[in-house]
Design a protein around this ligand. Structure first.
Ligand code: FMN
Length: 447
């Protein structure tokens, strides 16, 4: 029987995707310690999550007002630790949970990313994953010493080249290359360690990769592109994808289109799982969950939404009054997440205002929170899964570790009772737990 994938949506930060998460009375505040990430990992492992992944952005959301003061004062996602270090801490505190981290193809070098993630995969016994992003805004460009963020589709062209190099690095050492035989003196078979020569439009790499084959072959590749160009990229490279489908009908349509795109690359679409965002607010009874949600709603501030929109769309929303429509030129100038901008324009049907953006995207608030008892939440998750709008969920927290504790306590047992969710891990590596074989060069289009 087909069973759900469950992924924890994590941040190596002072809050979750909801800036207000740190204001929650039950939120832990030791977010700079290994103990904090290990606790969250242990809760997810108790709930048999296959994967936890850390999102990332290489800048504070300080595009809003062109100044960090307001976001710092309000704690709007301003602490961002290195997610790979947090991922290692979580990996050392867990045994079966896959752990992933985000790394940018626009601001890093492929050899560096290949080496770092393959090393982590060794260190945590084949449970590592890489969330491939092309990054979003000028704040990231400035921190990384560039004047402006690259143009949207060109970022993905560079990312294609980046993937070719990373995957060839990961494939450089044959499975049986390493010998380490002290008696014969042979360390590794030279004919089984392959040199890379790559020349692209954006990237070059020439040399021999320095990390042997890792326990699961190589880290699992995650992607979440949602623009037309982004989807082409993820259909080619991703082994599991994250999406934020707006509703069930649209989700079913986009899911079917994405699976067809995966198949068009000669890949098995059942193996590339699609996980949609879910924000559960769950308690013993529906009434208690509604009370919890009412409390969460009081924690939101308008600066959360406006600064997170400025960040996502690479446009300073403080330049406009709340009810003043953007001009068409201004809308064209939003160079960040274009699918988000396009959806707001489509829903509103005229040039939208900042308030329209806040209302349609609900940025900074739990989007479509699923509020109820374990049974209510399981009903919702079951419906999307059975009707093929997704294969699983990226579960986001309204506060941590509370959201995950409640979800594991109330919703997971209900899903298990229905046979929709595993009771035990299938294996030791992330690849085994996702039911993924190692992709072949032909499937990657690298043959
Ligand atoms: C669940 C989820 C997690 C994401 N995590 C990140 C992240 O950590 N960093 C980032 O820059 N983008 C992240 N994104 C954004 C996507 O990578 C992508 O940029 C976005 O969906 C816009 O699509 P596009 O790049 O095709 O325009 C995430 C998206 C989703 C749905």
């Amino acid at each position: 029987m087909r069973q759900m994938v469950m992924v924890g949506f994590l941040q190596a930060q002072n809050c979750t995707t909801l800036a207000s998460a740190w204001r929650h009375p039950e939120a832990r505040t030791d977010f700079t310690t290994a103990a904090y990430y290990q606790k969250i990992g242990q809760v997810l492992e108790e709930g048999k999550f296959q994967l936890a992944f850390f999102d990332d952005r290489l800048a504070m959301p300080d595009i809003y007002g062109g100044n960090p003061a307001e976001v710092v004062a309000n704690g709007v996602r301003v602490v961002k630790l290195d997610p790979v270090a947090a991922m290692m801490a979580m990996g050392f505190g867990t045994k079966y949970l896959g752990v992933g981290s985000t790394a940018s193809t626009t601001y890093y070098e492929p050899f560096d990313v290949a080496r770092r993630f393959q090393t982590v995969d060794h260190m945590i016994g084949g449970r590592a994953a890489w969330n491939v992003v092309t990054s979003v805004n000028d704040g990231e460009a400035h921190n990384m010493g560039r004047a402006v963020h690259m143009e949207h589709d060109a970022r993905y062209d560079r990312a294609d080249e980046f993937m070719e190099i990373v995957l060839r690095c990961w494939d450089a050492w044959d499975d049986d290359a390493l010998v380490v035989d002290k008696s014969s003196g042979l360390f590794a078979h030279p004919e089984k360690v392959h040199r890379l020569e790559y020349k692209g439009k954006y990237l070059n790499s020439s040399g021999t990769f320095t990390v042997p084959r890792s326990p699961q072959g190589h880290p699992v590749v995650i992607q979440a592109g949602s623009s037309p160009r982004g989807k082409i990229f993820s259909a080619r490279w991703a082994e599991t994808v994250f999406v934020a489908y707006p509703d069930l009908e649209d989700g079913k349509k986009q899911y079917a289109e994405f699976k067809a795109a995966v198949a068009s690359h000669g890949r098995d679409p059942d193996l590339c799982t699609v996980n949609t965002i879910a924000y559960p607010v769950v308690a013993e009874t529906r009434m208690e969950a509604e009370d919890k949600m009412a409390l969460i709603d009081t924690l939101y501030k308008e600066v959360d939404g406006l600064s997170l929109l400025s960040e996502a769309l690479n446009y300073d929303f403080k330049r406009k009054a709340l009810d003043e429509p953007f001009s068409s030129d201004e809308l064209d100038g939003m160079s960040g997440m274009q699918a988000m901008r396009n959806r707001v324009m489509q829903v509103i049907g005229r040039n939208p205002t900042p308030r329209d953006f806040l209302e349609v995207t609900r940025r900074g608030r739990p989007r479509e929170a699923i509020v109820g008892s374990g049974k209510d939440v399981a009903d919702h998750l079951e419906k999307w899964f059975v009707e093929r709008a997704c294969d699983g969920y990226v579960v986001g927290g309204t506060h941590t570790p509370g959201t995950f504790e409640d979800f594991v306590k109330y919703a997971i047992p209900e899903l298990q009772k229905r046979g929709l969710y595993r009771k035990e891990y299938a294996g030791a590596t992330l690849r085994e737990n996702l039911g993924l074989s190692r992709m072949t060069k032909k499937e990657w289009g690298l043959a």
